[in-house]
Design a protein around this ligand. Structure first.
Ligand SMILES: CC(=O)SCCNC(=O)CCNC(=O)[C@H](O)C(C)(C)COP(=O)(O)OP(=O)(O)OC[C@H]1O[C@@H](n2cnc3c(N)ncnc32)[C@H](O)[C@@H]1OP(=O)(O)O
Ligand SMILES: O=C([O-])CC(=O)C(=O)O
Length: 463
């Protein structure tokens, strides 16, 4: 069995070997690559079950049961593992590793959503040709069925964009090939192939779905650009949103969408997709459910809340906000019993490396460095950890990804912050859908943990 770090080294070795030869040997299709890697994983699972089923890897305390299952090692998730101090690794690769080895879009620098999806699904770094092949397939499949367009167009503008996204995604299950094949009667060993088709189809359609919601809610006067078959997924998304001319914003969206793709299995959105998928619901309704978990302010909606918080600070104080102003505003927030959005985390105990990567992006562009909104993110970062430590409640006083993700969008004119979680929703599909494919390839069972009432728990403790 590969340990995380030995797998990472082997992935990196292959990538730099190929890059060193300035020619990527591999131009396999995604399906061929998965056919290659799945048997070894199936074997690994069989061995784990046969040889280690009774091994103890932790204990369950009452605090775990009462405390939202924090820290409980209770899920299998293949594509990424989150270390509380280091942050996320995708198949063993850190964010800077990914930035080095994952192919960008032609003419760009940031890794594409396709190359991240390929890595998550297969554990291998795709060659530029493989990544482009996947882009072409997704562009080919990107159009929405007419009835879904009609459904979205009929919704009131006042309905939150995340509610609309979940509805659109659920409606796509009309054409689920997994559901149709299940009804026909297929073998369990074939589930994953149909799951993969649905998952790719859904990833492909998310930009058109998300862009239509943006147009309908905020810019009904605009038409939506058609899908360009020569562009990557995010290039097309940016075009459809009406920001395709802005190279910086498009590159930022590529980074944003790759980075938010997966955050191991226990986060609320990924876990929801996994739970619903474990009943053999198709990927569309599984991911629709996940989006409604993402839409809560303690999870993905925090990126909207950060912008709301920042604008409130700027409204009260103006653009020249001092560290002292921020300290006072943080205390005002805390004393009114509210959380500071963008700070704290269920697992992380250090600044989120995704936050750092987004901050690094800002440093590469002078216009971003001069932006009052982006300066406010940095100044808040310089003050908030000490205030939160003094406040003494949160186990992690540092920023999570949501503390930074909206400010660049805002600077470049995507100012409708109620839309920000939709972009997160386009991204999180990469990891959540990857796991659905693997769950079916590995034949994982229906998820069904045991619950207790307080009376039953007290009885258990006494006995
Ligand atoms: C993509 C993502 O989902 S990243 C997370 C995005 N969410 C946010 O940024 C919202 C603000 N942050 C939070 O609410 C929390 O830190 C969470 C939900 C992310 C994690 O929650 P937990 O794991 O329960 O955090 P923790 O164990 O540190 O909480 C202990 C106490 O500190 C409080 N706390 C945690 N973070 C904060 C914060 N940012 N501001 C104020 N209080 C906080 C909790 O509300 C809790 O209070 P309580 O004892 O009165 O219930
Ligand atoms: O890991 C979590 O609980 C929340 C988070 O940062 C994510 O899902 O991206």
């Amino acid at each position: 069995m590969f340990s995380c770090s030995s797998l990472a080294k082997s992935v990196l070795r292959n990538a730099s070997h190929n890059a060193g030869r300035r020619r990527w040997a591999s131009t396999k299709s995604l399906r061929e690559t998965l056919q290659e890697v799945i048997p070894a994983k199936q074997e690994q699972l069989k061995k784990l079950k046969a040889e280690h089923s009774q091994a103890v890897v932790g204990e369950v305390k009452v605090e775990n049961i009462l405390g939202g299952m924090r820290g409980l090692k209770a899920m299998l998730w293949e594509a990424s593992v989150l270390d509380p101090n280091e942050g996320i690794r995708f198949h063993g690769l850190t964010i800077p590793d990914c930035q080095k080895v994952l192919p960008p879009a032609p003419g760009g620098k940031e890794m594409t959503a396709e190359s991240m999806l390929w890595l998550l699904l297969t554990g291998r770094v795709p060659s530029p040709a493989e990544s482009r092949q996947l882009s072409a397939e997704l562009a080919q499949k990107g159009e929405l069925p007419a009835f879904v367009e009609k459904l979205l167009d009929s919704l009131p503008k006042t309905l939150h964009p995340m509610t609309q996204l979940g509805m659109g995604v659920a409606a796509l299950n009309h054409d689920s090939v997994f559901q149709a094949a299940y009804e026909r009667g297929i073998k369990k060993s074939e589930y994953w192939t149909y799951m993969l088709e649905d998952c790719l189809n859904l990833v492909a359609k998310l930009p058109a779905l998300a862009a239509r919601i943006y147009r309908n809610v905020y810019h009904p006067e605009n038409s939506i650009a058609p899908i360009d078959k020569g562009l990557d997924l995010v290039g097309n998304y940016s075009n459809m949103l009406g920001f395709g001319h802005n190279e910086s914003l498009t590159e930022y969206l590529r980074l944003y969408i790759a980075l938010h793709g997966d955050h191991e299995g226990g986060n609320a959105s990924a876990h929801t997709a996994h739970l619903v998928g474990s009943t053999l619901s198709d990927p569309y309704i599984s991911y629709s459910a996940a989006l409604y978990a993402l839409a809560g302010p303690l999870h993905g909606l925090a990126n909207q809340e950060v912008l709301r918080w920042q604008l409130a600070v700027q409204k009260e104080i103006g653009d020249n906000v001092t560290h002292e102003n921020i300290r006072e505003y943080l205390w005002k927030t805390l004393k009114s019993g509210q959380v500071v959005p963008g700070y704290g985390h269920g697992v992380l105990r250090n600044p989120d490396p995704r936050f750092i990567a987004l901050q690094e992006f800002c440093k590469t562009r002078p216009e971003l460095q001069a932006s009052p909104t982006i300066q406010l993110v940095q100044k808040t970062y310089e003050v908030a950890p000490d205030v939160l430590k003094e406040h003494g409640k949160t186990k992690n006083p540092y920023p999570n990804v949501d503390a930074a993700s909206g400010c660049v969008l805002y600077h470049y004119g995507l100012t409708e912050f109620k839309y920000y979680t939709v972009i997160f929703g386009v991204s999180r599909a990469l990891g959540a859908l990857t796991q659905l494919v693997w769950a079916r390839a590995l034949g994982l069972p229906l998820e069904r943990p045991k619950s207790y009432s307080m009376d039953a728990l007290e009885k258990l403790i006494k006995s």
